[in-house]
Write a protein that binds this ligand. Structure first.
Ligand code: F3S
Length: 764
């Protein structure tokens, strides 16, 4: 029965990127799963099926302790963008490998500022970000990324339209990567160092996630939309409730939601801190794959459909197989508005006005925004357009300026072809570039006054202070696109689209009719969409302009010289919380993430010196004065002086930002010794060749004095599980001696000796 199916999809597969890999995946999936079943011999959730069939070592199938033990995986695909990509690729280049180990795509979406509308903004971005784009274009061609230039779309939308497939596993350097759950993929947002693991083809490590099952029953009614599902889930779980968890949706209700609606739900799973979200494969995913010319992928998925969902026993008794189960009746779900400043602060529409009044926030809405990577589907736009149309038909002028950010060129051109974008424009909406723009602070906002406390409403995903327009005064509220448009009509947060009336040009008041939309375009998606540059692996020279500000090629860190570290000056003894954001802040430093030299100027900018309680003030042993850690470390580097950082509890917690490990390494820090190290940061330190140690007795932290010279002895015998000796020579001639421990395994010790994991892996 297999043969005819193959024949039927022979022609279109040529246009499906990496179809060979996808075909091999589906051919192997049943075998791999059978091996998992033999070992575990119990019913499996969908998350487990995907996780276990992606273990790096298929022999490593066992009962992992969820939320505690670590497992190593081999993803099918990877992706990155113009902020996450540069440093990851620069590191990959150090390894000397000729090509990346798995199919991957690079999308230029974050560095486009939304200002004057699509065409002008792209021209400006191409000029302003030339260094970064030239670099990314050439490395993509050479090492094997599909390259999507600025203006092609937002990465998650691009991935959904082109690459995602049911049952697969994907890593992308962006927290909203789980958008791919719209097509049943297990897709996880990671830091650059993790991406490098995937690009190198090495093991990618993850704490085995706990599982939250969300059982959906019923069917969305009226104004309620998939966005409201996740706004409600966020309210239930709160912003921390999904940490180290996969959210697995199931139930009859799941099958009533479009693929793109599921994508919206997965996208905002990031707002509750979850590792990712997943939905079982269904007819909506099949329809979306077909509509995006991937019928052949749907055919293959159909062949294993019963294992692209959990086993029936799991659905019968979910409480036995999930760590937590939440039930949601879609038929009862009402539209919600979440905010301000936190995506979990959900309100039903009739509560919004009073809540704002209590918080003394403006009820007047200054800007309304629809689109972004969260809500850019045909269904989203047609539902919102059905509200727009009512305004146009009745001559209603909307009070709040509307901004439209389509998630990709493909969706934008489809909407244009079908006359939908034009309707928004008739209502005076501004259509911005198909890029992140106002979602990530890349928004040169001209509307209203962002210097005063002001209210905006958006169909995006994040509403933290300073997120959209960079202003901490802006209070952003999240809602579905149709609610956003409806709220823009009166420009007033007290307006309730379900009950309030709108006055037409003829002075007659009317109630808005319930939004209606189409799941997929009847005429298919627009095909006049270019964009992607396919790599040819030609060994083209990598373009980095001389004196480039944004990109600096990395030279490999030097190998360890085989000797103990002796008499290191202390760069800082950090006190209290010292997250990766304290070590390498973002904000204005963002554009320099591809230039290690430039970005190292922010080293430890926000860390507190334990001796004076100040930031940006550490003792410089050369100048004999207090200076910033970055200046001090740079002077040491220039003089060939190595140094040590001492940290408090959970040093390096927060994001997986590898710059927090690379910068100290670049400026000559060879040891980080802390009471305890945040796990991902510890792993990043190891990868960059910085010796990561913890005090055997955390009280020894108190023995470190400001002007100490610190030695680490016993390094030639360093071995897994063996301690090393720390000697602190104090200024008064006395000294303290104590033990420090490490968590290196034998492989990681080869990284230390080689100077970095890249050096070691490049030699392998
Ligand atoms: Fe992130 Fe861009 Fe979406 S900033 S949230 S990927 S629009």
């Amino acid at each position: 029965s297999k043969k005819p199916a193959k024949k039927a999809h022979k022609a279109p597969t040529a246009q499906i990127r990496n179809f060979d890999m996808i075909e091999a995946f589906y051919a192997n999936y049943p075998k791999k799963l059978a091996a998992v079943r033999t070992k575990l011999n119990r019913p499996l959730t969908l998350s487990e099926k995907i996780l276990f069939t992606h273990l790096y070592d298929p022999e490593a199938v066992k009962e992992y302790k969820r939320g505690a033990s670590y497992a190593e995986f081999r993803p099918d695909r990877a992706g990155t963008h113009d902020i996450g990509g540069p440093m990851a690729i620069l590191q990959f280049m150090v390894s000397g490998k000729k090509r990346i180990a798995l199919p991957a795509a690079m999308v230029c979406d974050h560095l486009v500022t939304a200002n004057a509308g699509a065409r002008k903004d792209i021209a400006f971005a191409d000029h302003y970000n030339k260094e970064t784009y030239d670099f990314l274009r050439t490395v993509s061609r050479r090492y094997g990324f599909d390259f999507w230039p600025a203006g092609s779309g937002i990465c998650h939308q691009v991935f959904l339209e082109n690459y995602d497939f049911p049952g697969g596993m994907m890593l992308v350097t962006d927290s909203h990567t789980p958008t791919a759950c719209g097509l049943g993929m297990l897709a996880i947002g990671v830091g650059g160092a993790d991406l490098v693991d995937a690009l190198m083809g090495s093991e990618w490590e993850l704490k085995m996630p706990k599982l939250i099952g969300v059982k959906l029953t019923g069917k969305l009614q009226g104004w309620a939309s998939p966005k409201d599902v996740i706004l409600r889930v966020a309210q239930i779980l709160t912003t921390k409730g999904g940490t180290n968890c996969i959210i697995e949706y199931f139930g009859d209700g799941a099958n009533t939601i479009s693929a793109t609606g599921k994508a919206t739900i997965g996208n905002m799973g990031a707002e509750v801190g979850s590792t990712t979200s997943v939905f079982p494969y269904d007819s909506h995913m099949k329809a979306y794959l077909k509509a995006t010319n991937r019928e052949a992928v749907a055919d293959l998925a159909d062949g294993v459909a019963k294992d692209l969902q959990a086993d029936p026993e799991v659905y019968a008794h979910p409480e036995k197989y999930f760590d937590r189960v939440i039930e949601l009746n879609l038929s009862e779900l009402k539209p919600l508005i979440n905010g301000p400043l936190s995506p979990d602060a959900a309100m039903e529409l009739d509560k919004v006005g009073d809540t704002l009044a209590k918080k003394n926030l403006p009820e007047n809405i200054e800007v309304a925004l629809v689109g972004s990577c969260t809500n850019s589907s045909y269904e989203d736009f047609t539902r919102a357009a059905s509200i727009v149309k009512q305004c146009l038909d009745k001559g209603v002028k909307i009070k709040t300026p509307l901004i439209v950010v389509p998630g990709s060129v493909r969706i934008r051109e489809t909407l244009k072809r079908d006359g939908i974008l034009q309707q928004f424009e008739k209502l005076n909406a501004t259509v911005m570039t198909t890029a992140c723009g106002p979602c990530i602070g890349q928004w040169d906002r001209h509307i209203g006054d962002k210097t005063k406390v002001n209210t905006i409403i958006e169909s995006f995903n994040r509403n933290f202070a300073g997120r959209n327009d960079g202003s901490k005064k802006t209070q952003a509220f999240l809602a579905s696109p149709e609610i956003v448009v409806a709220m823009a009509i009166n420009g007033d947060m007290r307006f309730n689209p379900l009950t309030s009336t709108v006055t037409g040009a003829n002075g007659v008041s009317f109630k808005l009719a319930t939004p209606v939309g189409e799941e997929l375009p009847a005429k298919g998606f627009a095909t006049n969409v270019g964009g992607c540059i396919i790599p040819d692996f030609k060994q083209v020279p990598v373009v980095v302009a001389p004196n480039a500000e944004r990109i600096r090629l990395l030279t490999p860190f030097p190998a360890w010289n085989g000797k103990d570290y002796v008499d290191l000056p202390l760069l800082i003894k950090a006190k209290g919380k010292c997250t990766t954001d304290h070590i390498s802040p973002g904000g204005k430093w963002l554009p320099y993430r591809g230039n290690i030299d430039r970005i190292s100027d922010n080293l430890l900018e926000r860390a507190t010196n334990a001796f004076n309680g100040k930031s940006q003030s550490v003792w410089n042993v050369v100048n004999k004065d207090y200076e910033s850690p970055a200046k001090t470390a740079r002077l040491y580097k220039n003089k060939g002086i190595q140094s040590i950082i001492v940290g408090d509890d959970n040093y390096g917690e927060g994001s997986s930002r590898e710059h927090a490990a690379m910068e100290p390494r670049y400026l000559g820090v060879v040891v980080v010794l802390a009471k305890s190290l945040a796990r991902i940061h510890e792993s990043n330190l190891k990868k960059q060749g910085v010796l990561a140690l913890t005090f055997v007795d955390p009280k020894d932290y108190d023995k470190i004095r400001e002007k100490d010279r610190i030695s680490v002895l016993g390094l030639s015998q360093i071995a897994p599980g063996k301690t090393v000796t720390i000697v602190c020579k104090h200024e008064d001639g006395t000294e303290d001696r104590f033990q420090a421990q490490h968590s290196y395994n034998a492989k990681q010790l080869t990284w230390f000796r080689a100077g970095s994991a890249m050096n070691a892996l490049g030699k392998a």
